[in-house]
Design a protein around this ligand. Structure first.
Ligand SMILES: NC(=O)c1ccc[n+]([C@@H]2O[C@H](COP(=O)([O-])OP(=O)(O)OC[C@H]3O[C@@H](n4cnc5c(N)ncnc54)[C@H](OP(=O)(O)O)[C@@H]3O)[C@@H](O)[C@H]2O)c1
Length: 269
């Protein structure tokens, strides 16, 4: 999902890029990373990840291999090749127990296997210490791919009502906006760890309500509580990322309601 947004943005900027598919570069193969990432690249943007949050619970080793050790190997190779590494992490590195937004320097304390694998990737990246931009983000959506907006839009078109959890709060993030903000940070020479999301916060229920209102106002969205036994992975209750460090450099992130409207207009069914 994010990889496509990056490719489109670089095409628009006429910046050459090489975007290998998994079949051309399997990131769990360290030798392949060493062969592929050479000094011909000025920067490497890692959009690949194990993103199946529930699936990670039954295969922590698989999630760690891609979200953890592969990131370490990529970071070591970028350090050798002198390439800047842009890498994405997640709000799920935090436990969600606090009601205030998580600052960039807050201690990570993941409550699920996916979060642990992403936290491992963050640690190994910092240890390898290439020039880098580590961007934590949350609740990604785009007009393409598998994401909450497209799922809810599809269901809202078919059903009269939907139940959506109202006890998990976070920040949705439009992939195109995330790429624009990342490029903004790079243009300002920013390095280290940053948070980038859309502006504003909401629960999944409020997010779904807005999506349904756009695609089928006749579909009623009802709030419900999280049933911890319904999914293998625990989700943080409040994983709002603090954007102040980012906004001090690139200005205010556009609110999710505005980005959502644009994405629904562009959505591929
Ligand atoms: N989605 C979210 O809500 C969310 C929230 C917070 C942070 N993030 C982070 O944002 C980044 C982008 O997420 P996304 O949702 O855009 O991901 P995505 O759509 O699930 O795409 C992940 C990509 O990784 C590729 N991949 C899987 N295993 C690979 C391997 N061994 N070698 C090379 N490539 C491999 C997949 O290839 P195939 O197509 O072949 O499977 C796929 O193209 C990730 O770092 C993710 O952790 C996402």
């Amino acid at each position: 999902m994010l990889g496509r947004a990056w490719r489109e943005a670089l095409d628009e900027l006429s910046i050459d890029c090489d975007a290998p598919a998994r079949s051309e570069l399997d990131l769990t193969d360290t030798n392949a990373i060493v062969r592929h990432v050479t000094d011909r690249y000025r920067a490497v943007v890692n959009c690949a990840a194990w993103t199946d949050v529930d699936g990670a619970e039954s295969d922590q080793a698989g999630a760690n291999a891609l979200n953890g050790r592969a990131v370490g190997a990529l970071a070591e190779q970028c350090a050798r090749a002198g390439a800047l590494l842009v890498h994405y992490s997640t709000d799920y590195v935090f436990n969600g127990h606090t009601e205030r937004p998580y600052a960039v320097d807050d201690e990570v304390a993941p409550i699920n296997a996916y979060g642990r694998s992403k936290a491992l990737g963050e640690r190994l990246l910092r240890e390898a210490a290439p020039p880098h931009l580590l961007v934590r983000t949350s609740w990604l959506y785009a007009p393409w791919g598998r994401n909450f907006v497209r799922t809810i839009a599809g269901l809202a078109r078919e059903r009269e009502s939907l139940d959506v959890v109202d006890d998990q709060t976070g920040r949705p993030t439009c992939c195109r906006g995330l790429v624009r903000s990342t490029i903004g940070l790079l243009r300002h020479g920013a390095g280290g760890t940053f948070h980038v999301t859309d502006g504003g916060t909401c629960t999944w229920f409020a997010f779904a309500q807005r999506i349904a209102a756009q695609v089928n106002p006749r579909c009623r969205v009802n709030p419900c509580r999280t049933d911890p036994s319904s999914r293998p992975a625990a989700r943080p209750a409040c994983s709002v990322l603090d954007l102040s460090k980012t906004e001090a450099i690139i200005g205010a992130c556009r609110r999710w309601e505005e980005n959502l409207m644009e994405v629904i207009e562009q959505m591929e069914r």
